[in-house]
Ligand binder design. Structure first.
Ligand code: SAM
Length: 437
């Protein structure tokens, strides 16, 4: 790319994309959709623009530093200077005459680029607040995860076994010249290595697959569903995991998909239709009564709670540039409330899975520990963190079983016996001491 320089048209386009994302708080995928609907580019040109903008936003602190700003929030206010820094990074001639760039010094920018290479947080596009939190929460493990989170995410799809087998889908992908790899550790996941727009394919329109990260595909099987069960997916959103549950249940039994945002359930219903998943009912949680009514009703409950999203920052990198630490503390209170109340929908003997797309113990293991202390009717069966350094996105899942009524009664009588013997023990010890004397 050494002699490449961007045309003034492409510079204006990049400026416009960054402006909309930085100043109007529009999520990046929507900004791309808005722009590329109006402006038709050759596919390679469009990919070049997306790659450049993604790198610029992913490492906003790095590009801001090259442009002369120590804080990314200052860099955001000088988009054309960030674009000049992008040219310096790629060793392209810096464009002349851009507004706000009279005082941009190419010589200084090159010196700062060399300095930035020695500063890990700049090199890996890690905001200060996240670095502090990551170190506090994950200790020595954080460095590895920080580096992993700076990498480009892989693309995975899940075969919709309600409609096709994995072999059939593989044949269709090959016929369409879409390159893929089979994932060893995941039953229905394929890694797509071509740059194809999958959503435009007939295979997608026919519901033969869903786009879903390989780590995320571990969560629904963790709930150990079977055809015929009554399952509640209480934070279902647009239904990524609900559709997987439906496929694992072979479309038999009932899934009640719930969320406190009705518009997400509308999207879920449309996706379910395309996927041929007809055993899903949706219920909007518009009052605490909706949850109370389902007390002890479900064989399986999935709580895929709202979280910091620290596990999926490879993908959602535009969300990390505002200090989210206070929001995360607020989220932990919401998570604790959800698991406390919604867990009660699990019937005795049933299974509850709590999951997040976070890698922070404060949202994961710590929540489970507190929950189990306050809810002795549940026992932990297994818990697992999938780390971004393992290749895909990061997730956490914990599986708990609600004791049956007999088990709970036996546990209560054991506890009573223990406390009785504990009450008697000191008297025996005293007697022993006396006789020794
Ligand atoms: C991590 S997302 C779920 C993603 C979804 N399970 C999937 O696989 O696509 C968390 C969801 O919880 C919902 N939510 C937030 N607070 C809630 C609450 N108090 N009760 C139910 N759902 C809630 C959000 O609207 C969001 O859709």
């Amino acid at each position: 790319m050494a002699s490449y320089s961007l045309s003034s048209f492409k510079i204006r386009l990049i400026n416009s994309i960054l402006f909309e994302n930085f100043n109007k708080d529009v999520p990046l995928d929507r900004v791309y959709a808005n722009h590329f609907r109006k402006i038709k580019l050759e596919p390679q040109e469009q990919s070049l623009i997306i790659d450049l903008v993604n790198d610029l936003i992913k490492r906003l602190n790095y590009y801001s530093f090259i442009a002369g700003y120590n804080k990314p929030k200052d860099g955001r206010r000088h988009i054309n200077k960030l674009i000049c820094a992008l040219h310096v990074e790629n060793k392209w001639p810096v464009p002349k005459g851009l507004s706000d760039c009279d005082d941009f010094s190419e010589k200084q920018a090159k010196i700062r680029k060399e300095q930035a290479k020695e500063i890990p947080n700049l090199k890996y596009g890690c905001p200060e607040w996240l670095d502090l939190l990551g170190k506090k929460e994950l200790g020595d493990r954080w460095e590895k995860e920080k580096i992993a989170l700076s990498r480009k995410p892989d693309r995975y799809i899940r075969v919709n076994t309600l409609k096709v087998t994995k072999e059939q889908l593989c044949q269709m992908l090959s016929a369409a010249r879409i390159k893929y790899e089979v994932c060893e550790n995941s039953e229905d996941a394929l890694r797509i290595t071509s740059n194809t727009d999958l959503f435009k394919t007939q295979m997608f329109k026919d519901g033969f697959f869903e786009q879903q990260d390989a780590g995320s595909q571990e969560i629904s099987p963790f709930l150990q569903v079977k055809p015929g069960l009554r399952v509640i997916d209480a934070c279902a959103g647009a239904g990524g995991k609900t559709l997987h549950l439906a496929a694992l249940m072979k479309g038999k039994g009932v899934i009640i998909a719930m969320d406190d945002k009705d518009w997400k359930l509308q999207a879920l219903r449309e996706r379910a239709k395309r996927a041929g998943a007809f055993n899903i009912e949706t219920r909007h949680i518009d009052s605490p009564k909706v949850i109370k009514k389902l007390k002890a009703q479900a064989d399986r409950v999935l709580l895929d709670v709202p979280c910091s999203g620290t596990g999926v920052l490879k993908r959602n990198f535009d969300t990390k540039w505002s200090d989210n630490s206070n929001d995360i503390r607020e989220l932990t209170a919401i998570q604790a409330d959800i698991i406390d109340r919604y867990s009660q929908m699990t019937r005795p003997g049933g299974i509850l899975v709590y999951s997040t797309c976070s890698i922070l113990p404060m949202e994961n293991q710590n929540q489970i520990e507190t929950f189990l202390k306050n809810h002795t009717e549940f026992v932990l069966e297994d818990q697992k963190t999938v780390y971004p350094s393992e290749g895909g996105d990061g997730f956490f899942m914990a599986r708990m079983r609600r004791l049956t009524e007999e088990e709970a009664a036996a546990r209560d009588s054991d506890a009573e016996n223990e406390s009785q013997s504990a009450a008697e023990a000191p008297a025996e010890e005293n007697t022993a001491e006396t006789s020794d004397e």
